[in-house]
Design a protein. Sequence first.
Length: 275
Amino acid sequence: MSAFEDLRIYELIVILYGLSLMMYFYDFVKQDRKANQMAFWLLLLVWFLQTIFLFREIYITGTLPILSITEGLYFYAWLILLVSVVVNYFFKVDFLVFVMNVIGFIIMLVFLVSHLTSGGNTFGDQFIGELLLFHIVLAFLSYTLFTISFAFSVLYLLQFKMLKEKKWGRTLKKLGRLGQMEEWSFLLIIISTPLLFISLILGVVWAYMANELFYWIDPKTIGSFIVIILYGFIIYRKVVNKSVGKDLAHANTMAFAILFLNYFLFSLLSNFHFN
């Protein structure tokens, strides 16, 4: 394989790994076995691609590639993925598999960037640039889906108010059913939260590997993690505490207000993100 083909396969690994994490998260929240099966097959495909690279390196060097820090990271990520595949297939401990693969995903990203930027690899800068692009695209995609979720919550609260005040009419019919708006609003949160989380992982890895000055105490960075925690808490309340209806809509509205504040106000105060 050429270096360019390697780069494209590495990017495919990152994409498939991210999709697998999203499917596992969706299954964990919604208990959807089809999503779990899809996540498992994506994970198996990632492990298969990693195994091809591993055995190719063993064939070329004649030894197990673990003698350098970068090589060790790859072998470490490969082992984590292997264990998670085995655990998922035989023991069905879904949350453990999800956590293991978040760690494996981060380690794999660090390896890829380290590998592609070492030894004068001409594709290293290209991969780092595309990593930044993925970070930005996923962030905006998650923001868009959070916005639509917020819109469903606003419509829910509006219709709830009209029903309580017994304001029947054509406008009420156009709003749709309360249960449907609640379901769509929560579904979009389930999709958006892991998207934003993966985007943050990509952003942090990019910042460190691109030698950019990264601030953990940067307002935008702190704000982004607060947003993740808030939406995670909404999911927790819905799944564990069975929070429904108006309470869920109010929580979603407040979380979106923080998201909106984080994007506009905290971006102006940020020393790291674009101003």
